[in-house]
Structures are given as structure tokens and as C-alpha cells.
Design a protein around this ligand. Sequence first.
Ligand code: CP
Ligand code: NVA
Length: 318
Amino acid sequence: MVRHFLRIPDIPRLEAAQLVLRARQLKKGKLRPQILAGKTAAMIFEKSSTRTRVSFEVAVRHLGGYPLFMTQADSQLGRGEPLKDTARVLSRYTDAIIVRTFEQQKLVELAQYAAIPVINALSDSYHPCQVMSDVLTMFENEPDLRGARVAWIGDGNNMCHSLINAAAYFPFTLAVATPEGYEPDAGVVAEAESLGARLEIGHDPEAAAKGARFIHTDVWASMGQESEQAGREAVFAPYQVDARLMALAADNVQFMHCLPAHRGEEVTEEIFESKASIVFDQAENRLHMQKAILEWALQGIDVEEDAVERLVNHIPLS
Ligand code: CP
Ligand code: NVA
């Protein structure tokens, strides 16, 4: 069986919980199991990236493998070679395909034709590797996530969707506040609710922030939406994470952002640079989580019987 990682709910809950434990173990032990020795990971990036690209390239190296970075511009993808052909060709040379693209459907098609794992490094709809590492970051800061309120303030975008997915697997309550017309996809919300997520979906940033242990936000215009930037600035202005919003949250609230951030837009400079901001810990955890995901995809990881117990029932990570 080929293990693809396209969306969090595509993998069993127990394995998602184990990924968090494993990433933590790799981080604390500074472990570099050579599970990719002699192996190559193709990386197709159709959008810009700093963290995801570098953390995956470094992770592949740390695990003994070779990362092969490709863009549309310098491959035949840019000249229209179909993805399903690229998937089959890369499957003959390499051992995994890490893809950053636009439509989620492209990832689904790649996975359908690839004989090797396909990993979603961000699409218009989801950013699962980022959110898995954000779950690790939240657990590190709040070992008992049961009942913890997590707020998402901003666009109902790829990050928001993956966080909604995560709320179905991990024991926090997620309060989402977006402007009208920028809500998360109703199907994503319904799926998470059917899996047991505790969600509050609304438009009021103050209501979402109230009592929150973590406040997450993201850029107002994602990659591919640059032409909407000016229009979005007006609509999203009331959704800026500032000192007033943070003051409504829990006393020990922490600020999270996947980065890159636009200071003065979705977050003030003051909050971004404050002690409550854990954005660079988030960025670091990308590296540890990428290793866990690569190991899971290429080799499989043993699921400890108590993984869900420990993560879902709130026992501190050790
Ligand atoms: N957070 C994140 O995915 O950053 P990059 O776009 O730099 O990879
Ligand atoms: N929502 C952002 C995330 C960047 C990491 C985007 O898609 O551009």
C-alpha cells in the first residue's frame, strides 16, 4: 500500500497522533534515522516557498536521502506534460513526490497515478504538513489541549481548512472568525463535524478570541490571490490580530502564524514581536514534522497503542 499524505483526515487518527509523538521524539533526541539512504524525494513546487522547501530539503538530507527540487519552469510540466505522465515517470526514478500546487485535484491525480507516496506541501485547499507541525507546537505549549480554545481569525483558506481537519482528530475547540463571503468550505466543516470536531464557525473576531489559548492567523490574500490584495485589505481590516484582540483571550494566550506574515495587515508588529508569539517555534517544528511524515510515508511508523490516549486524552508529551 502506498501512503499518500494529501489531507489530515485521509490518514487514520491513530497515525496522525503518532506523527506528533514521533516528530517530538525526533526533535528531542536529535535523531536522524537513515531511512532514506540511497533514496530520492522529488519536490515539485509550483508556488514560492521558504519554510516548506527548506525544511523538506533538510529533512530528506538528515534522513540520508537526496531532495530533487523541480519547478514547472524548468521541467516539462511547464510545457504541458500531463501530471499523470509525470507521476508515472517520477515513480520510475524517485521514492516520493512532494508537491506544492494550486488545485487539490492535481494532488489527487498525481497520487492516483504515482506508485510512490505523494505529499501535499500546500494546495489552494489544504496545508496539512504545516498544521500537523502546528499541532505539535500547541501540544508543546499546552499539554492538555482538552477543552483548550483555539481561534482562527482571518481567511477561510487552506490553513483554516487543515486546522478544521485537525480539530476532528485532536481535542481542542476551534473557533473560526472570517469576514462574510470568506468562510471555510462547508464540506470541510461538515466532514470535521461528522468526525467529532468541536467547531464554532462565525464572523466575529472578538467572540472567537474570547478565552482562546492560541490565536492563529494568516495572510489575507494567499498565493494566487495577489490581484485581490487591495480589495481584501478593506474587508479584512477588522480581523487584524492586535493587542485589543489578544487581551480578550486567555491570560497565557499565544500567537501563531504559519508565515510569511504581513505586519500591519493580519497582525500588528507589536503582537508579532511579543513574548506571546511562537511563530519561529512553529517554523522550526516544520523540520521535525517533515521527518516524521517522510518516515511514515516511506517506511511506516509503529503506532503505539497509547498514542491516541496520550494525545487525544491529553497526557503530556514526554
Ligand atoms: N508556512 C509555509 O508554508 O511557508 P513557505 O511558504 O515559506 O513554505
Ligand atoms: N495561505 C497562505 C499560506 C502560505 C504558507 C498561502 O496559501 O499563500
